[in-house]
Design a protein around this ligand. Structure first.
Ligand code: 13P
Length: 253
């Protein structure tokens, strides 16, 4: 049985002050009954303070990216070992905003994923197609390639220590959510693709859905058989909305 996982992706939002308040609100609002896991992927500079605030709590701390090398002359990058030192347990890799705006290739994403695995940080590998690719019937090709690039480098056994997030690019920040059937179809495709390589990995890997998840559509998505939780952007900045989404994961399983 896969335990649902809900992760907030704050993107480039937050100040010291409001991050502290938001985390305090989440901590007081979340029950600790163990039926689902919750994490937050926050801006790098907010990590040290959050690490103290979240130590020994039920909220897993995460970053929004991770360096593609061990260490060295890579200006602007933050390595997996640095994140580990601050107690990060999660790192998003291959978010579509990184792929589109910062030209991160499948190969670079694979290197970031592999660094994350090597340092005991669970990568959340984002995959997803643009609207144009969907309209051209290329969804499965694109998602399949994004997945293969990573598995060719790190092996399917890495999925025992990773999470996959399907985020259709056309649903991110647009208010347009994939229908539950559209999302389930791609989630099932991903799980079947993994099953061709390793049945056990396919059974246990969590596949999150991301893209305009809100309190009013979360329960329907999380009730689908291959949707194991969500990667939440905008709604994760609002404690009430994020807590309601976490609650929907509980109810949905
Ligand atoms: P929104 O929930 O704001 O659409 O963002 C989704 C996302 O990109 C999470 O990584």
């Amino acid at each position: 049985m896969r335990r649902p996982l809900i992760v907030g992706n704050w993107k480039m939002n937050g100040t010291c002050e409001n991050a502290k308040q938001l985390l305090a609100d989440l901590l007081s609002g979340l029950g600790n009954d163990g039926t689902r896991e919750v994490g937050v992927c926050i801006p790098y500079v907010l990590i040290p303070a959050a690490a103290e605030q979240l130590a020994d709590t039920a909220i897993a701390l995460g970053a929004q990216n991770v360096g593609d090398h061990e260490a060295g002359a890579f200006t602007g990058e933050v390595s997996a070992s640095m994140l580990k030192e601050f107690g990060c347990r999660l790192a998003i890799v291959g978010h579509s905003e990184r792929r589109a705006l910062y030209h991160e290739s499948n190969e670079m994403v694979a290197a970031r994923y592999s660094q994350s695995i090597a340092h005991g940080i669970q990568p959340i590998l984002c995959v997803g197609e643009t609207l144009e690719q969907r309209d051209d019937d290329k969804t499965f090709d694109v998602v399949g390639e994004q997945l293969s690039a990573v598995l060719n480098t790190s092996g399917e056994e890495s999925l025992f220590s990773a999470v996959i997030a399907y985020e259709p690019v056309w649903a991110i920040g647009t208010g347009v959510t994939a229908s539950v059937d559209q999302a389930q179809e791609v989630h099932a495709f991903i799980r079947n693709r993994v099953a061709e390589l390793d049945k056990e990995a396919a059974e246990q890997v969590r596949i999150l859905y991301g893209g305009s998840v809100k309190p009013d559509n979360a329960a329907g998505l999380f009730a689908m058989p291959d949707i194991d939780g969500g990667l939440i952007g905008g709604a994760s900045l609002d404690a009430g909305a994020f807590l309601a989404i976490c609650g929907a994961a509980q109810a949905g399983e």
